[in-house]
Design a protein around this ligand. Sequence first.
Ligand SMILES: Cc1ncc(COP(=O)(O)O)c(C=O)c1O
Length: 423
Amino acid sequence: MPVLDLFPDSARIAQGELEVGGLRASELAREFGTPLVVYCEQTLRARARAYRQAAPNALVVFGSKAFPNLAVLELFAEEGIGVDVSTLGELEAARRAGIGGERIVCHGNNKSDEELRAAAEANVLYTVLDAPDEVERAAAAGIKRALIRVAPGIEVNTHEAIQTAHRGSKFGLTPEQTVEAVRLGSSLGMEMAGLHIHLGSQLLDLAAPRMLLDWLAGFVAVCRTELAWAPAVVDVGGGLGIRYTEDEQAPSIADWIGDLENRLERDFATHGLPQPGLIIEPGRSLVAEAGFTLYAVGVVKEPAEGPPWVAIDGGYSDNPRPLFYGARYEALLANRADEPSDRSYTICGKHCDAGDVLVRHIALPAPRRGDLLAVPDTGAYTLSMASNYNLLPRPAAVLVSGGKARLIRRRETLDDLFGLDVP
Ligand SMILES: Cc1ncc(COP(=O)(O)O)c(C=O)c1O
């Protein structure tokens, strides 16, 4: 079964059916309904351990925007992983998951004073300053330790919506502004501990971390000359991509981190700079491959031209990535996983918008109403970006392991949908 390797580590086909964490897709659909996002505990822990083993001396914080779920944050905390937050909501998620301030890095390109005060009260390890005017505001809010987010002007090879470090990016300070911000922050009594750069997301080759460290070492050499200052810590963000389709290749966590650390050591040594401590902030590469979405097939119909439509009971409200980023996915019929495909289909959702297409040109055995469609690699930036368009309740999520499933996010109800309306 070719696409099985895109599913979580515990996935297998048993008696013609997709099974993950020891549970058959049809059992999960019967117990929890569809659409359902299924997370494999074995995969989540394996990815967390891969980061911890590859970088035992680094602080690894989960880019929680990828899936800020309390059970997942707790699971990662057990694996020694902290959390990167960028709003009051994500900070609250970290607090509710019992993650101490010493394992929290606080971000945001437009932090409110309330957010800065909350970060100070939570005594987060570092607040990452993202604008020249944030330096004074952070000091006034009581922030003690800060990093500066610098935009190096590096354009990485990924969708433009998730490039974050090019010239003209809304994120970070220019190198010149960064030098000034370090000077000002120190004069205001903050510990200016270091620098942060996040190049972008879904990066599929090692060119990105190499460019990053080469540039960073050169910039730090300038800082040392101009400020007699060098960062005690560098936070290199997240960014490692994953394989969404059979034709994609992604570096392993070990290769990504190994390369990064080698470059950091080599480049800083070349400039005679002290080796800084390292923080990494993976999001997607920790959770995307652990999750897949199960949908029920409804209408199957033949248009006047083009491949047949297969409509599922969700759509871009539970996974906006195809619409936002032109993201491509594979899929299989979970209840007929060993049947040969007969032709190519297009998978659409149930929203009132022709752009509500989840997967194009996917070969499947002729889908029928009631079949279960499984879409792999939906563990990151799907539920966390979900909406209630067309007043569709958002799906539930379960964590599966050893033949047991635990609900980690309940399905929204119709009552939930009207909880905020004031009639
Ligand atoms: C500052 C920062 N750190 C980490 C991440 C996580 O990135 P990824 O999911 O690509 O690993 C992001 C994602 O947007 C981010 O903005």
